[in-house]
Design a protein around this ligand. Structure first.
Ligand code: CA
Length: 492
């Protein structure tokens, strides 16, 4: 099926007259003699304002900021879903998660082959592997725990990390061998890590552990014959809020404990990113390495605990799990010295889905014809060779909550289940003034655009939701995600 919704022409064909740019993506035209190395760095629940390059006053992130300073900072980068799993599924396939029913976080059951990214989707790792890349995933997987869905059968030569959506940060908290030992949801926060085929403990703060492995991979692969791809998926600063004194001491001036710990967690990531970039320099491969940095969704600011939020998405409204900008607009930067002129901002809307298409073009690898991408190659837009918006229309659906959203040009439409909202993002970045009542025609059009798009998506989610496995055995705790450091030991 042709992806009709992508172009303004198709919108017009659907009887919808929105003033959008008339350009069409040009596809893979890169003729780079040398295929670049690729590092995609994902953070977990990092707020839009909780990075130096977006102007944070609370935290300096010199490591991460290098990517923006020497590359391009994206001020309007969107993920396709405001929580981890679906957002990462779209990043890793270049296709909207709703297209293949990845509409919620997976249930984590290692006996359920449905519970993750469908086998018939091509992952970024599989695409680059097809092009001869040496590949490794480090950190949080979250694309399925069934043996047919794990990293090393999804295009990664190597994997060091954990299979589910979160993990404790201190090595002494490991009490379980494997995810299959879980007695209730979220027990998997206490598992050993997966080191390729083996289950292993770890010896230091988890974020430092992942950074060490990332540096090691770059060091091992930089001089190889094949280009390399590293997917460095930190679980920081996702809950539980845990940091070591080394990082906490940098934020002694921050009075709120949650905020202090959260910033310390980001600071640990930042040290790691800085070390990875330094290793690229040391190996002499920085110019020919694409480094992508983004958060998988907005920071958590809507906890119902009455405590101050740990994250800041300022000036955006809302946060994780919401379709307001704070949930879906994320910090993002890309550096590729050989090909992309750095030191600037790109202010048009882009999608995390564009990363796949950009890398495929950069590596001169054709995406699979039977899996047309929703993302586009951003390089011609960054060069100015292609005018207009890379993503003239962006869509969201929260299937379980019956929520929908569309961004088209300056307008953002949200149906949050309780009512219809319309904002002009150019004038009202913070989504403070609902102009739906005085723009009923625009609301109707955007809802129609969404329905045309939605008709092309999966009819329902492909797997059961998080919390349905394992069945509750009557133990204490229940299926509530751990947000606090419940066990003794480990500091903070
Ligand atoms: Ca997340």
């Amino acid at each position: 099926m042709t992806i009709l919704y992508r172009t303004p022409r198709a919108l017009l064909a659907a009887g919808i007259a929105l003033s959008l740019s008339a350009s069409v993506p040009t596809g893979a035209q890169e003729t780079a003699a040398k295929r670049p190395n690729v590092i995609v760095i994902v953070t977990d629940d990092q707020g839009y304002a909780d990075v130096g390059f977006n102007g944070s006053k609370d935290i300096a992130t010199p490591g991460i900021d290098r990517i923006a300073k020497e590359g391009v900072r994206f001020t309007r980068a969107y993920v396709t879903f405001p929580v981890c799993g679906p957002s990462r599924a779209a990043l890793l396939t270049g296709r909207h998660n709703a297209r293949f029913g990845f509409d919620r976080n997976p249930n984590a059951d290692p006996a359920d082959p449905r519970g993750g990214l469908p086998r018939n989707e091509e992952m970024m790792s599989e695409m680059l592997k097809r092009g001869g890349y040496a590949t490794m995933a480090i950190g949080k997987w979250h694309m399925g725990t069934h043996p047919t869905l794990r990293p090393r059968v999804r295009g990664f030569d190597e994997f060091y990390g954990f299979l589910e959506g979160g993990h404790r940060y201190f090595p002494e908290e490991v009490t379980m061998e494997d995810i299959s030992d879980s007695k209730k949801p979220y027990d998997w926060y206490y598992t050993k890590l997966v080191d390729n085929g083996a289950r292993v403990g770890f010896k230091q703060y988890l974020t430092d552990e992942f950074s060490d492995r990332a540096v090691d991979f770059v060091r091992r692969k930089a001089k190889g014959n094949a280009p390399f791809f590293l997917y460095l998926a930190y679980n920081a600063p996702h809950a539980p809020l845990q940091a070591t004194e080394k990082y906490l001491s940098r934020f002694a001036h921050v009075p709120d404990k949650n905020r202090r710990t959260y910033l310390a967690m980001i600071s640990a990531v930042d040290d790691g990113v800085g070390r990875v970039l330094a290793e690229l320099d040391a190996q002499g491969v920085a110019k020919d390495t694409v480094v992508v940095f983004l958060s998988d969704n907005g920071g958590v600011v809507n906890r119902e605990t009455g405590e101050p939020p740990a994250a800041s998405n300022w000036p955006l409204r809302g946060g994780k799990s919401q379709l307001f900008e704070g949930g879906v607009r994320v910090p993002m930067a890309v550096r590729w010295p050989r090909r992309i002129a750095g030191g600037r901002d790109y202010t048009r809307p882009v999608s995390a889905m564009d990363v796949f298409a950009t890398l495929a073009a950069g590596a001169n690898i054709q995406p699979r014809a039977d899996r047309p991408l929703d993302g586009v190659n951003l390089v011609p837009y960054l060069d100015g060779a292609t005018k207009g918006d890379p993503q003239p229309v962006l869509f969201w659906r929260k299937f379980d909550q019956r929520q929908r959203a569309v961004i088209a040009g300056d307008l953002k439409y949200i149906d949050n289940g309780n009512g219809k909202l319309l904002f002009n993002l150019r004038r009202d970045t913070s989504e403070t003034a609902n102009i739906a009542a005085v723009n009923a025609a625009a609301v109707e059009k955007l809802d129609g655009v969404w329905s045309v798009w939605n008709a092309q998506m999966a009819k329902q989610p492909a797997f059961p939701p998080l919390g349905t496995w394992p069945k509750q055995g009557g133990g204490a705790g229940g299926a509530k995600q751990p947000t606090k450091n419940k066990r003794a030991g480990g500091g903070n």
